[in-house]
Design a protein around this ligand. Structure first.
Ligand code: NAG
Ligand code: NAG
Ligand code: NAG
Ligand code: NAG
Ligand code: NAG
Ligand code: NAG
Ligand code: NAG
Ligand code: NAG
Ligand code: NAG
Length: 574
């Protein structure tokens, strides 16, 4: 179908719209003696204080989970009374577009006591026991949708017809109105105004601004112009976060200067958390206050008499983490039905060549002329350039959780990548993270030994969950003992959940089926494939603490480890 193809109609629409300033960052007065950047040599004091509160939530929740799991010959009270530290659990959700988002929603729901049947049939309580929640690209659409909708429950996100569900994927994000052409044009018009306002305020805009706005309409509801002024740093103001009732959310993106390539995993890995933006890598080794990103600074100090607030727009953060999808937006101009949409936005695009269309421009560079890192390209540039968090091959965002300062015991890595010939995972992302630790790019980011992708596939390590780094005594040659990894690959049980990364429309029934299959992945098909699954997860969770305190492993845990740990062997042709 052709949209209205008259230029005068377009001109009319544009003239009829008032500039919408909600999206544009605003000038505010600076905090006194403002200095926004710190060296990345410890956790921020805010994160440390927050952790003190979170531990008082997670440890009782874990006790409850372990009670349900019922490991024999294991005294839960003694374990916690004699604990050497708080058990720290992280959840990491991979990229992979809506496939990853929907699989992830089901996988996470099986870990959440608030989900119907999760305590009885799944791993309910693990979410309540977790300290960190990390997402990359499509995985970040999941974690971001939750945190930025004031910690909405997964069932409320998903079940559109049976309540006020948020995720409506029936129409493509590029064509939200579906048959209603006027609605689609009106949405693009609103977005054009929002981008115009940011540009008028003196900031460079890129296709990621458009992408981020579209994501916002999809994930933050179309009321109130899809929360045009919602920021990522506002998460820290939600009650649930302030009372540490929820895990600490982190979003990842990679640094990539236009024209350069990410090779040998040598890019700078950035993280956004409710307090800060920055990187632990030697190339930057600094964090800045996320709330004031956009302020013109030199070595972290404002160079003007004002500061900027509102630059860390929530959709823009999600868009930067998933900028791989920007290329789909370029297709709009080549399609006569949608060319008019492209006209609406083309004035705001800085990079429109295929090589750089994925680059999100963060200008001003908050790290300009800082002195902690050694990458000239990051430290001397006026803008910070960020791309999709999966572009370095580490599609499961483990990196923020491998920092020794965060003291993780265990990380659940949910893998919805599609690197095998059947659009299923092949372990590639784990291999990339394993290899990065030897490149001396950052401190102490140890990761357990993993096999090559042939072994992953041939030994069936992707056809059920697999544990890596089970025996800490085996890992002493790494830079430190890494967390134990519970690897949870995408497996089609009751639905072919290996859909294409670029499938942009899901009917409600497809959406529900993906999410249910995700629940079945995390729960080992509602415990039917292994009635001891809760026990085995309990065993994985307590393992590092048992090792630290020199306690022996309960016998049931030995059986679990025989079943789920990679035994260190490779296939013959590896
Ligand atoms: C757990 O964390 C709390 C809050 O930070 C702290 O008071 C307590 O000592 C920690 N427990 C252990 C065993 O380290
Ligand atoms: C979903 O999309 C299809 C095809 O685009 C359309 O026929 C159908 O009416 C839509 N359903 C709803 C509930 O919007
Ligand atoms: C990464 O390595 C490639 C190849 O050596 C190089 O072209 C590129 O500039 C490097 N990127 C960074 C950020 O150092
Ligand atoms: C960078 O910062 C240093 C120290 O803060 C300052 O002396 C120097 O002039 C700055 N360089 C530039 C190019 O702004
Ligand atoms: C999805 O996985 C199944 C195997 O579980 C396979 O038969 C099918 O071909 C895969 N689909 C695609 C699109 O590769
Ligand atoms: C690793 O890199 C850091 C920072 O660039 C450097 O100080 C250190 O000497 C390097 N270590 C090794 C073993 O190369
Ligand atoms: C762990 O590894 C150490 C060193 O290889 C070995 O002595 C020990 O028996 C292993 N423990 C288990 C439970 O396999
Ligand atoms: C697993 O449990 C969920 C939630 O109760 C249910 O919707 C689903 O049908 C069950 N799946 C199987 C294979 O029994
Ligand atoms: C760990 O050590 C045990 C012996 O204790 C050995 O059988 C096993 O293969 C080792 N695992 C790995 C991953 O190296």
């Amino acid at each position: 179908m052709h949209l209205l193809d008259s230029v005068s109609v377009l001109a009319f629409i544009l003239s009829a719209v008032e500039a919408n300033s909600g999206y544009a960052p605003e000038k505010v007065s600076c905090p006194s003696d403002a200095s926004f950047v710190r060296e990345a040599n410890a956790l921020s004091s805010q994160e440390s204080e927050w952790l003190d509160k979170r531990h008082t939530q997670t440890q009782p929740a874990l006790k409850e989970f372990l009670t349900r799991a019922g490991i024999s010959d294991f005294d839960i009270e003694d374990f916690f009374d004699d604990a050497s530290s708080n058990i720290t659990i992280g959840l990491a959700f991979s990229g992979g577009g809506y496939r990853a988002m929907l699989n992830g929603a089901g996988q996470l729901s099986a870990l959440d006591s608030n989900t119907r049947n999760a305590n009885e049939l799944g791993l309910g309580g693990i979410c309540q026991s977790s300290t960190y929640l990390v997402g990359s690209s499509g995985g970040n659409w999941l974690t971001g949708s939750i945190a930025l909708n004031d910690w909405i429950g997964i069932e409320d996100l998903v079940y559109h017809d049976e309540g006020d569900g948020v995720w409506d994927l029936n129409n493509s994000i590029f064509d939200e109105g579906g048959w209603n052409v006027i609605e689609t044009i009106s949405r693009f018009t609103s977005i054009a105004k929002e981008l115009a306002a940011k540009k008028d305020a003196g900031f460079e805009t890129s296709i990621t601004d458009l992408w981020g706005r579209l994501l916002s309409y999809q994930f933050f509801g179309s009321d109130n112009d899809a929360s045009t002024a919602l920021t990522f740093s506002s998460i820290k103001e939600t009650d649930a976060f302030q009372n540490a009732l929820v895990p600490f959310p982190i979003s990842v993106a990679d640094g990539r200067v236009p024209g350069s390539e990410i090779i040998n995993l040598n890019s700078t890995l950035f993280e956004f958390n409710p307090f800060e933006l920055g990187s632990w890598d030697y190339s930057l080794k600094a964090f800045t206050d996320l709330k004031y990103v956009g302020t013109p600074v030199n070595n972290g100090r404002p160079t003007s008499d004002y500061c900027i607030k509102g630059y860390d727009n929530a959709g823009f953060v999600l868009g930067s983490s998933s900028s791989l999808f920007n290329e789909l937006l370029l297709d709009l101009k080549d399609n006569s039905a949608t060319a008019i949409l492209y006209e609406l936005i083309e004035d705001f695009l800085t990079f429109t060549d295929n090589e750089n269309v994925d680059v999100a421009i963060w200008n001003n560079n908050p790290f300009y002329n800082t002195s902690y890192g050694d990458s000239e390209t990051v430290l001397k540039s006026n803008s910070l350039y960020l791309v999709d968090g999966g572009e370095d091959g580490e599609v499961i965002p483990f990196a923020p959780l491998l920092q020794s300062e965060r003291e993780l015991d265990i990380i659940f890595g949910f893998d919805s990548t599609a690197d095998s010939e059947y659009l299923l995972p092949n372990g590639d992302s784990l291999v990339a993270t394993y290899e990065r630790q030897f490149l001396n790019l950052t401190d102490s980011n140890a990761f357990p030994y993993v096999p090559d992708t042939n072994t992953f596939l041939e030994k069936g390590l992707t056809s059920r969950p697999t544990f890596f780094g089970c025996n800490g005594s085996n890992l002493t040659e790494l830079s430190r003992i890494p967390p134990l990894i519970v690897y949870v690959p995408n497996i089609p049980y009751t639905y072919l959940s290996n859909t294409s990364t670029f499938k942009m429309q899901y009917s409600n029934s497809e959406k529900y089926a993906m999410v249910q299959n995700g629940f079945e992945i995390s729960s080992r098909k509602n415990l039917t494939l292994d009635s001891d699954w809760q026990k085995c997860i309990g065993c994985a969770v307590i393992q590092r603490e048992l090792e630290r305190t020199g306690q022996s492993q309960p016998n049931e845990c030995k059986e679990c480890f025989d079943r789920y740990c990679w035994d260190g062997s490779l296939t013959t042709n590896s």
